[in-house]
Design a protein around this ligand. Structure first.
Ligand SMILES: [Mg+2]
Length: 292
């Protein structure tokens, strides 16, 4: 039997008979096809760097791919889809880079949240530690001034030290950051390592997992889903697991997620399927014949 699919559905992939998702994408689609009909909607939580935007050497230069930007915009208006962008970046920073309104944004690993109305809520304990974070940041700027390729980023409620451009200095810089935090952090701060970064943040119970759990609790009857690429996303994967949701890891190893996709382009393939077809599988949207 010849392939009768409409070539116009192929999107980016030229005149192949039809868009052919690779394995992780196919796997995720199969899970969503099975599970969405039992839910009122999909709570789709997306990381930014490495997920919607390719990783680049200079974090200031990171940009959402045009396709992902278009798809986030489409999904924002899709029935039965709740969209949240969850990032370690400062909230205003990540919101500016996605640049789609009426979407929930969580920044600084959940210290800051905008539920889509433009107002920013700040975790009270983090707000209380602002001056300590500032003091440590100033100190780090001084101490790391001579380190080529190392940058100290002011995210107001937190600080990130980047060393993607100085990979051989990773351990030494991390040690120095930890020493400064121990000496000047007044026992109010903690550090966490990510991909070529060290985060300095108030020692409060916020991480991406807590953010995703909170969103999932509010979106009753929705299937929670998280897509992310970093060690900072692991708490989110665990939270999604606990909530019975779907986790998609962007990378090249098995970290126990529901499925693994290779790149922000494959994330786009997944988002495109959700926007084109997945919405019809959501229980109550009703366009998929129940005999399927
Ligand atoms: Mg990321």
């Amino acid at each position: 039997m010849s392939d009768q699919h409409d070539p116009n559905e192929s999107g980016d992939s030229g005149d192949e008979a039809r868009f052919q998702p690779r394995d992780g994408v196919t796997e995720t689609i199969a899970v969503l096809q099975t599970r969405l009909p039992d839910h009122h909607g999909l709570l789709l939580c997306l990381d930014f760097d490495g997920t919607l935007a390719p990783i680049v050497d200079d974090p200031e230069a990171a940009e959402i791919t045009p396709t992902n930007a278009e798809l986030v915009d489409r999904l924002r208006d899709a029935p039965g889809i709740e969209l949240a962008v969850v990032s370690g970046r400062g909230l205003a920073d990540v919101r500016g880079r996605v640049d789609v309104d009426d979407v929930t944004y969580a920044g600084n690993y959940g210290i800051e949240t905008d539920y889509g109305d433009g107002d920013i809520e700040v975790h009270p304990d983090a707000a209380a530690a602002e001056s300590v974070v500032e003091r440590v940041r100033t100190r780090l700027e001084d101490e790391l001034e001579d380190e080529d390729g190392v940058a100290v980023e002011d995210k107001r409620w937190t600080t990130t030290v980047h060393f993607r451009r100085a990979p051989d200095r990773a351990e030494a810089v991390t040690d120095r950051v930890e020493a400064v935090v121990a000496e000047h952090g007044d026992d109010q701060l903690t550090t966490a390592s990510g991909r070529a970064i060290v985060e300095i943040k108030p020692d409060v119970e916020t991480n991406k997992g807590a953010v995703v759990s909170g969103f999932a609790a509010e979106a009753d009857g929705y299937l929670p889903m998280y897509v992310g690429d970093d060690v900072g996303d692991r708490s989110a994967f665990e939270a999604i697991d606990a909530a019975g949701g779907v986790s998609v890891y962007v990378g090249d190893e098995d970290i126990g997620a529901t499925a693994t996709v290779a790149s922000p382009d494959e994330v786009a393939a997944l988002l495109r399927w959700i926007a084109d077809d997945g919405v019809d599988y959501v229980g109550g949207n009703g366009a998929v014949d129940e005999t399927h």
